[in-house]
Ligand binder design. Sequence first.
Ligand SMILES: [Zn+2]
Length: 543
Amino acid sequence: MVGQADLIVINARVWTGDPAAPEAEAVAVTGDRIAAVGRRADVEKLRGDRTAVIDGRGRFLMPGFNDAHIHLMTGGAQLDRVDLKDASTPQEFARRVGERARRSAPGEWVLGGNWDEQQWPGAPLPTRQMIDALTPDTPVLVHRYDEHMSLANSVALRRAGVTSATPDPPGGLVVRDAAGQPTGVLKDAAQAYVSRVVPPPTHDRRVRILERALAHMASLGVTSVQDMGPDPEDLAVYAELAASGRLTARIRAVPAEVPLAASLAAGPIRHPTGPFFRISGAKGFADGSLGSTTALFFEPYADAPASRGLLADEMVPLDQMRSRLVSIDKAGEQLCVHAIGDRAISMVLDLFADVALTNGPRDRRPRIEHSQHVAPADFARYSSLGVIASVQPYHAIDDGRWAERRIGQERAKTTYAFRSFADHHVRTAFGSDWPVAPLDPVQGIYAAVTRATLDGTRPGGWVPEQKVGVAEALEAYTIGAAYAEFQEQNKGTIAVGMLADLVLLSADPLKTAPAALGHLRADVTVAGGRVVYDRVAASGAGR
Ligand SMILES: [Zn+2]
């Protein structure tokens, strides 16, 4: 490497993730790639008058986080919505809705909610009159935190045609005042009267949603995401921001398998393959979720003995699922199938074995998304078939509060079984499943390392035998996730020639008490050699 670097980071404790040279003091970047890694004196040789310098001040520099499983636009839309969770009075509730309406484009819906009237003095249900004066031209539909009720304002009720004459639908209730007029509160099935007239987001709104998601990612040190099953309209937004250089994190979009198989049947597909935006692979579903008792198990649910869960629609008939997966694999695409219950996981492993047998050996890296509850005999099959466990550790400390009631002790032993995967040499990729769980990777690392459930009842960890170490968690969130998208030659380690995607953490996670891991912060985030987030600058204090 000749000439001067564009950026150098000095005085850092560099965790490279590269087994050949695991530690360093400084890193130099030229263009969007890493030009040097090593001792400060060596890196300083590349410093010139145009070189930007970040003083790590002893902090921890690592490869940017790669979230292997998110729902990018759903998460961004959530950031873009009004949040009323801690609005502790009706006045505060109304103020927030009104403020959101003022910031919206004319006629654009205000959505979101999470309100909880039980916090309010006397616990009155909200009414449309509380917000109508603040939202004269803006339709509003905001749901209660449990989503069993929503409040619509008068504009929204008008658009939906809900009047005093509207009947209560089966399974729902239009709450009415003494004069028989709707108050705006719609319970259960009645919410659909209004929700079905909410238009899909416009292109401009999608752009704004993506920009909010990108800012959130940058603030957390996330420089790559793998977006599962995006809407086709969102792909156009990703492409547009990629083309204009506005993506601050790399997006790999994984389209849904059913439509992909249909397009493949019509002829070869040319997917975008740029450094910041690629479409590749195919996302399928084998079952439901543990929370809704639809994850498919071999044995019945402990708390619902009549049920073993449900197969996803696309698994029926199984022959068609198999032939779609075979054709997608034949086209060279990676298979990423959601499977949560042990039986669903076993069936997907069978399908992956069939695919490999039919199409012959190749480096295909099939993934099982979630890989939550694994039958003990199946760990060896993950490893022999080269299947990647794409897991979201935060779910373990969230579901861990109640999962054992649902599946019993025995199955809990191989639930979120990160240690068992490691022991069986199964490649693991970490992700968040945002917005189902927080996007913040240090929360996932905390979860994987401590397994301390959110309710505080298991400080020593739920099924502590399945804990992993901090270094393993960092790997799963960087090189593991990169491998899971065939990008380990470009990302996931700090080494010469790799993409300059970096995060400077507030402290060294390897020297942080496990209980405090979730308090680590991204101080500086670099994507493709460009500083996309700087906590000090973001707080307005200047450097
Ligand atoms: Zn998901």
